[in-house]
Design a protein. Structure first.
Ligand SMILES: Cc1cc2nc3c(=O)[nH]c(=O)nc-3n(C[C@H](O)[C@H](O)[C@H](O)COP(=O)(O)OP(=O)(O)OC[C@H]3O[C@@H](n4cnc5c(N)ncnc54)[C@H](O)[C@@H]3O)c2cc1C
Length: 372
């Protein structure tokens, strides 16, 4: 068959995609596989990356991008499900073994790992993600430039999921009806967590969550107090993010040190260097008591925040334009509540079971998939 379409640049772009189809490729490997000149291969690969038809793995090699899966899913209209049932029945009858189709809801690290492990163990796996991109909260965390490397955990899992043949459906909400309609043998929920509002926050509109900031729902300006109750990257990276945008930032914590768990990941020293360089103030031993409306301030509508210094029991006041909370989230467990007790075998992994960190979601995703 003649492989040329008559549109030279398109043929060359397709040859680049074809070269990556068999696995990750460096620029040199692209040049060797396509026969294109190095500058041409580079320009095409970068342009395809811009359109998300290519992406890079952790080593900077080109891999197929997320748009490919989205297009395939849109074009296929759930072809897997249409063809799976008769094939699975035949397989079961021919081998006497159980052949099963698994559905997953949630494309964060927990859902991705469960999908990879289940698919590598021979199951047919469909992964639903309501957003148009995979990665869950890891994507949110990696919004902060200094935390971009955190996205590697999701990138690796996405590459592995594609290699393992997981049918990835981004932009697709899973709900009880759509799940039941597919008649899966098991459902793994990895639907993550959502911000929760602390009692002391009241209903002041300028008291928001770190995710409101990093997901772009609000754009704080002026003086910002960040309340760190998690002791990890959530508060410190949001502080950096806002300081880089010109805010005067103070982090307050009830702990003895801001971001206390940064010591575990050896990030504490770097954080302190950056906090000093960016003028981020840090105050410890302070428990938030109440957030109330404040008159005046550099941005009208600010917040008066009452903090109690717990070693002495004395109150302190902060008058600021915004308060940003880094506090324990709530499990996103609506689907679990609706599906539990039904005839379906339903499992939960990661933050939708109990909001924690990415490694817990990955470990649980793997364990549940191994046990299927
Ligand atoms: C700012 C920030 C920084 C962080 N930093 C770190 C860190 O440094 N180290 C660390 O270990 N952890 C960190 N975490 C926490 C970590 O990202 C989470 O614990 C982890 O992502 C949880 O993984 P998960 O798969 O359980 O859920 P999530 O990552 O929340 O993924 C859940 C996915 O399910 C999708 N979904 C939900 N409901 C449906 C539905 N009905 N249908 C289809 N899709 C659905 C969501 O859109 C989402 O993509 C951070 C979190 C934040 C917010």
């Amino acid at each position: 068959m003649n492989d040329t379409s008559g549109v030279g640049v398109l043929d060359k772009a397709v040859s680049v995609l074809a070269a990556v189809e068999s696995g990750p490729a460096t620029l040199a490997q692209l040049v060797a596989a396509t026969g294109l000149a190095r500058p041409t291969a580079h320009r095409l690969a970068v342009a395809l990356e811009h359109h998300r038809l290519l992406a890079r793995d952790v080593q900077g090699r080109f891999i197929l991008g997320p748009r490919i899966a989205e297009l395939a899913s849109a074009a296929g209209e759930d072809r897997l499900l249409a063809v799976a049932q008769p094939v699975l029945t035949q397989l079961r009858d021919a081998t006497g073994e159980s052949a099963q189709l698994y559905r997953l809801a949630g494309g964060g690290p927990g859902g991705l790992q469960a999908a990879v492990t289940a698919a590598e163990r021979g199951h047919r796996v469909v992964l639903f993600e309501r957003h148009d991109r995979l990665g869950g909260q890891v994507q949110v965390a990696a919004t902060v430039p200094s935390r971009a490397e955190f996205l590697d955990i999701a990138r690796n899992l996405i590459v592995n999921a594609r290699r393992a043949g997981v049918d990835i459906r981004t932009g697709t909400e899973a709900d009880p009806d759509s799940i039941r309609a597919e008649r899966p043998d098991a459902v793994i929920l990895a639907t993550g967590a959502r911000p929760s509002r602390p009692l002391w926050a009241g209903d002041h509109p300028r008291v928001v969550d770190v995710r409101d900031v990093l997901e772009g729902r609000v754009s704080p300006e002026g003086a910002v107090v960040i309340v760190d109750e998690l002791g990890f990257h959530q508060a410190t990276s949001t502080a950096e993010f806002l300081a880089d945008r010109g805010c005067q930032v103070e982090i307050v914590t009830n702990g003895m040190v801001v971001g206390q768990d940064l010591g575990i990941t050896l990030d504490m020293e770097t954080w302190n260097i950056k906090a000093h360089a960016k003028g981020i103030a840090q105050s410890v031993d302070l428990v938030p008591m109440a957030a109330e409306a404040m008159e005046g301030g550099s941005h009208p509508g600010g917040v008066s925040l009452t903090l109690q210094h717990h070693p002495t029991g004395t109150d302190q006041q902060r008058r600021c334009d915004w308060v940003v909370c880094s506090v324990q989230q709530q499990p996103e467990d609506g689907l679990w509540s609706e599906l539990r007790g039904s005839a379906l075998a339903v499992y939960r992994v990661g933050d939708c079971l109990a909001p924690r960190r990415a490694h817990a979601a990955v470990i649980e995703g793997h364990r549940v998939a191994v046990a299927l």
